[in-house]
Design a protein around this ligand. Structure first.
Ligand code: TRP
Length: 362
């Protein structure tokens, strides 16, 4: 795969500068996680569009558990209304919510330390949207690169009002429950910028009500699916946490590779082979290059055997816990019911401050 042409030189240096600035700020947040975890509040979450997979585990879930263990109060949204930003209908949504709850508990999210809640149970978050929507123009929303990319990824030509306002919903999610730290990938930064912009404008218009949240940039590498494109719930290319060891083996055996027998770690020129090496490395902790060298001329077959063993071994305890949780049935959702009470109390308190700041006390 050829690496993409750099954009216009001036633009690329602007992008580079803002990336460095984002990294610098994120490093400061990481430092505060170490020194004063209890003073922060992480807000993070997922849309319940399907079960979580290896990409989530190494990209966001592992980090989520680390933040929780570091003592940062953590709020985890299950963004059910946002499922319909880029697809029609809520097919199997209850099942997806249950899957996500089981996945997170299985990887180590502890309900005593982290609060899991569903967007639809917190109407106050949607009420916050009204003042927020008054503070941003349609042109600004239309310029948001993350929304454009999400629409393109979903193959959507007509962007709905809900998708266009997605970053504003996200701002309401974050600010409504008092999130001050949001773990993101670089691609999600523009969303968070909208939240920070809304805080500035709200403060100018009505006085201080919110603290602008900071991005905590993820260091996680992008994990590809078995077809060589980004691992994704909707592409059918994912190794899911809930899969069995046999299903995992069958999937990895089908993974795309290339015709060069010698195994090397070269993500730019050999993305598919390197991805299998990377997944193995993430599971075992061994350096990718050392793994590739060890296999050498063994070919893709030997690499796949190694990857299968590494993934299945790493996931075995997670899967065992997940099976126990899934066997509990709908009772596992009690965690969310409890979380909803906590999140709703926080959102109600925020909305009270907002309506007061806006003079709507009658
Ligand atoms: N956008 C996230 C996703 O697509 C889910 C989400 C909704 C979220 N609201 C949020 C993440 C607020 C962080 C903060 O999976």
């Amino acid at each position: 795969m050829p690496s993409p042409e750099p954009p216009h030189p001036e633009l690329s240096s602007t992008v580079e500068r803002s990336r460095l600035e984002a990294q610098r700020r994120s490093d400061l947040v990481a430092e505060r996680v170490r020194t004063e975890p209890a003073s922060l509040c992480v807000l993070t979450g997922d849309r319940p569009t399907g079960p979580l997979h290896l990409g989530h585990l190494f990209g966001s879930l592992g980090n989520r558990v680390r933040l929780q263990q570091a003592g940062v109060p953590t709020m985890i949204i299950i963004a059910d209304y946002q499922v319909i930003t880029d697809r029609a209908g809520t097919d199997r949504i209850a099942e997806h919510v249950r899957d996500i709850v089981c996945d997170q508990l299985a990887v180590g999210i502890d309900p005593a330390k982290s609060t899991m809640f569903t967007h639809s149970a917190i109407p106050e978050l949607n009420q916050l949207l009204l003042p927020f929507l008054s503070l941003i123009s349609i042109a600004e929303l239309q310029r948001n690169p993350t929304v454009k990319a999400e629409a393109a990824a979903a193959g959507i030509s007509a962007i709905s009002g809900l998708l266009l306002t997605y970053p504003v919903h996200q701002a309401a999610d974050i600010l409504g429950v008092g999130g001050t730290v949001v773990p993101v990938g670089l691609d999600q930064l523009p969303h968070l910028e909208v939240t920070r912009l809304l805080v500035r404008r709200f403060t100018e218009a009505y006085g201080p009500c919110f603290t602008a949240p900071e991005a905590l940039l993820s260091e996680a590498p992008v994990v590809l699916g078995i077809d060589g494109t980004k691992m994704s719930k909707s592409r059918g290319n994912a190794i899911e946490l809930r899969h069995t060891a046999d299903e995992t083996a069958a999937l990895i055996r089908r993974a795309r590779t290339d015709s060069d027998r010698r195994i090397t770690y070269d993500p730019q020129r050999r993305p598919e082979v390197s991805n299998l090496v990377l997944i193995t490395s993430l599971c075992t902790g061994e350096e990718p290059r050392a793994i590739a060298e060890r296999i050498g001329d063994g070919g893709a077959g030997a690499l796949k055997q190694l990857t299968i063993a590494a993934v299945n071994e790493h996931l075995a305890p997670i899967r065992a816990r997940r099976r126990e949780l899934a066997a509990v049935g709908d009772d596992v959702l009690q965690v969310v019911r409890d979380g909803n009470v906590v999140a709703r109390a926080r959102a109600t308190a925020t909305l009270d401050r907002v309506t007061e700041a806006m003079g709507m006390i009658y």
